[in-house]
Structures are given as C-alpha cells and as structure tokens.
Design a binder for this molecule. Structure first.
Ligand SMILES: [Zn+2]
Length: 496
C-alpha cells in the first residue's frame, strides 16, 4: 500500500501529509482466533480484559435489550476489528466515538473505528443492541433455550453470540459484571457473586460479578422462577444454588444432587487444591435437555439429567471442571482432553472414595468392554476432531489414560501432578502437549510414547501395553462397578 502514496502530484502529496507515515501498517484484525476445529470462533487483533453487560429481558416476548461495554487492549495496529455476535446492533462506539459497523459472515460484527487504533492501546467498545435470541439461527441452530418462564444460555462450544458481543474463544478470558433487569417475581441467574439486587417500577435488577478470568462459553444467563438456597463451603466460598420451581417430578432429585455442591467442592479441594473462584453453586432450569455444562462457578444441569433420580456423579464432573477447563482452559478446541479426561477421572475417584468401584476397576471395565474392532478406539482423545469432540471415548478412554498414568508414576507423583497442574496454570490456557511436558518434568520420566499409545493412536492399546499400564489381565472381562450407570449417564448428558 505504501508505494501508492509516492505517486507524484499535488493530490497525492496532500494525502501523504494527512496520513501518518505508519498508516500503511494498520490492517483489519483477523475474523477468527485461529482455532483448528472452529476457524471462525474468536477474532484477532485485541485481547478483552473485562465485559460489562447491562441487560433487560422480557420473558413474555423473548426480547433482550442490552448495552455491552468491553475493555480491551489492541495487539496490532488495527484499521478495523471483529466481534462475534448474532443480535441486531443499533450503535457502536470505540473510545466514546461512534464507529461504523456491519454484520458479516455467520456471526461477525465488523467494527471500523473513526480513527485507526495503534498497537498496545487500551480501548473501550460500547455496543447497543436488541433482539430475540431464540430467533438467531446459525447454521439452523440456536443455543438459546426458551423456557415457560424465561430463557437460558448454556452451550458448548458457543453460546455467547446469542446474548452478548464478544471475542468468542477460550484463549481470550476476561472478568465480568453482568447486570440483568427482569419483571418482578422473575430471577436472573449468572456467574459469580450476586453483588446486589434492586427493584423499581415493576422490574428487578440482578448484578452478578465474576472477578477471575472467565471464558465466553463458560459465561451463562438463566432467567426464570427459581428456588434459591445459599450457604458457604468449609473454606468460606459462598454457595448459591438455584432450582426451577417448574421441574415437576424431577425437583427432589435435582435438589438432592446440587445441594451436595459444598461437600463435593470441599472433597475436590483435597484432590486439586484450593478452589479457584469467588463463588460456587449450580442451577437447574426447566430446560428439556439432559446435558450439563461447567459454566464457571455455577454449572448448568438440564432437567432430564435427573430423570432417573439424584446423580451426584454429574455434580462431581462439572465441579471438577472448575479446576480442569475453567481455571486452566484449553488453548485450542482439539485440546478437549485437558477438560473432559480429568473431569471424567474425578468421577472415578469419587466412586473410589464412595466404595462403589475403584478407578482401577473402572479402567479395567472400560478397557474390556470395548473389543479391538469397536469404533470406540478409533477416537483419539488427544485430538478427536470436531465431529467426535464430545464422543464418549474422549471421556472414558481419556480417563483410562489417566489411570494408566497413575499406575506408571505411582500415587504420590500422580496425585502431585493432579494438584500442581491447576495451581501452576491457574487462570491460563494449556494444551495436551503442555500436559505431557509437565508430567515429564514433574516425574523425570520420558512419557511421549506412553501418551501416544493412550491418547493419540486410533486403535486399542495392545495386550502387552495394557498389562504394563493396567496390570495383569484376567481371562473373563472385568465386572461392572456399581458406580458405572451414573458415570455413563453423565456422558450421554454431555452428548445431549
Ligand atoms: Zn465435562
């Protein structure tokens, strides 16, 4: 571009004088963050540090009105940049000045500030918007679930575009203040601590605060009528659970499960170290779905997760994610084992503690249950591909790999790893390769071949490898541990 400014003539000369010499280096930010599974997710050119969301939601009409203020720092000289968003925008300001904007691609909001932005600059971006989230369809799909008394945003890997503009990739985490106004008698549940609640002229405003870095897909909003219980964990973390008043026969089982949250958090602290966030809890809205999600500080549980009665195992899974997935987040969606392998293994450890089957018995059961020609073994937990990202094998085979690692390193080193990984990577991002390096460093053993066998080969590990990693094999398949049905239910919950 620069050479065009050197064309002789008065017009070109005045142009040259009007634009700083460095102008040619100002380029658009990338429309994606470079994820290997979801190239359009997130954006390039800036890092968000804080989201301030001021929202108003009317359950009767599904109308969501909002003003989002994003604080960010540019990471390149920017002529323009993108946010990810699906609702209709009426105004955008960058550093207080009106900016041009356009909706492009599947979910891109392209913003051109009045003046280009230099690299390393702190900026504020204000987006005013309104729309009905249930009407936003991306590839024919909506992540917003309307309920009889409100609506819920809780989906993986994407849910933010249905309710607030963001840099929608787990590598760009930020703190949040989420303020939501709803008609009196209705509640708004979100992440972190309920800092305040006020009522005026028929509307109640709930102000939620998350003061530690939080990924966009782990940010949740639920509007409806809930029974709320509060308390504290033994270590003093505030607990807030919310159960819809509209769960019918599942209400008791839902409550009996999530009311174990403080106890489970305390047990997980004994395994993983101090809980990383300012609050904990869970919520069960009247969403006719069976999946659960580790939304930060306040996991989401679909109503159908409790069709067969209470399930504490799923609570263990989602709370284990607070360390493995939420505090230490993946770098790329291909690193999903960093989340799911460890959350599944936490359920195995809970089973061991409860006397319902040891992790070794669960590993033997899973290994023997799937013969070598079972497609189960074609899924590589270390890089399963976008279509198999939440396949049962990522959980089960992923947890078998951890039991094999435990046997290889011994309990002392293995449990040391489980505790030091979330401490040393707290609030950051990490890959499967980072974990392999970390385990090698902490154990002093070469582990590349071991992880290749258990996480990266599209085939069942050989009988010899199994003997070495899981111990002597019997001739009959290992029996089913008592905890298995509830653990298995969690997988179908996730695939829901
Ligand atoms: Zn999970």
């Amino acid at each position: 571009m620069r050479h065009r400014l050197l064309v002789p003539g008065a017009a070109a000369l005045s142009l040259l004088l009007a634009i700083p010499a460095s102008a040619a280096s100002f380029t658009p930010g990338a429309p994606g963050a470079g994820d290997s599974y979801y190239p359009e997710s997130g954006n390039g050119g800036y890092d968000v540090s804080h989201y301030d969301l001021r929202l108003k939601y009317q359950p009767k009409t599904d109308l969501l009105e909002g003003t989002a203020t994003l604080l960010a720092k540019t990471t390149q000289d920017l002529s323009r940049f993108n946010l990810d968003f699906g609702l209709k925008v009426s105004e955008v300001r960058v550093d207080g000045a009106k900016a041009k904007f356009a909706a492009t691609g599947a979910h891109e909001l392209e913003i051109t500030p009045a003046a280009p932005l230099e690299r390393g600059k702190q900026i504020s971006v204000v987006v005013r918007y309104a729309g009905k989230p249930s009407e936003v369809k991306i590839g024919g799909y909506t992540a917003w679930a309307r309920t009889p008394d409100g609506g819920v945003a809780a989906q993986e890997p994407d849910s933010a575009v249905w309710w607030y503009p963001s840099n929608d990739h787990p590598t760009d985490k930020a703190t949040y203040d989420i303020s939501v106004s709803v008609p009196d008698g209705t509640q708004a549940i979100s992440n972190g601590v309920l800092a305040s609640q006020t009522s005026k002229l028929g509307w109640t405003r709930f102000n939620w605060r998350s003061d530690k870095p939080q990924a966009t897909y782990l940010t949740t909003l639920a509007i409806g009528k809930f029974d709320v219980t509060t308390g504290t964990t033994e270590n003093g973390t505030p607990v807030l659970n919310a159960v819809s008043k509209d769960l019918g026969a599942n209400e008791g089982a839902a409550r009996a499960s999530i009311e174990r949250t403080a106890e489970v958090t305390g047990w997980l602290e004994s395994v993983y170290g101090r809980y990383p966030f300012n609050a904990v809890g869970g919520y069960v809205p009247n969403v006719p779905a069976g999946y659960a999600l580790e939304t930060q500080t306040r996991p989401f549980y679909g109503k159908k997760a409790f069709d067969r009665g209470a399930n504490v195992s799923v609570v263990v899974h989602e709370l284990a994610h607070q360390w493995y997935g939420d505090s230490v987040s993946l770098k790329d969606w291909k690193d999903i084992w960093i989340n799911e392998g460890f959350a599944a293994y936490a359920q195995w450890l809970w089973s061991e503690k409860e006397g319902e089957g040891t992790a070794q018995e669960l590993a033997d059961y899973v290994f023997d249950q799937h013969p070598a020609d079972d497609p189960f073994w074609t899924v590589k937990p270390g890089d399963p591909g976008p279509d198999n990202q939440f396949d049962g094998a990522v959980y089960d085979r992923g947890a078998v790999a951890l039991q094999a690692l435990r046997n290889k390193l011994g309990d002392k080193v293995f449990f040391g790893l489980l505790k030091s990984w979330p401490q040393e990577h707290a609030y950051g991002n990490a890959s499967v390769a980072d974990f392999v390096k970390f385990a090698e460093k902490k154990s002093g053993k070469p582990l590349a071949d071991f992880f290749d066998t258990w996480l990266f080969q599209p085939s069942k590990p050989s009988a010899g490898a199994a003997r070495q990693a899981l111990g002597a094999r019997g001739t009959a398949p290992a029996p089913r541990p008592a905890s298995w049905p509830k653990i298995a239910a969690t997988h179908t919950i996730h695939q829901g």
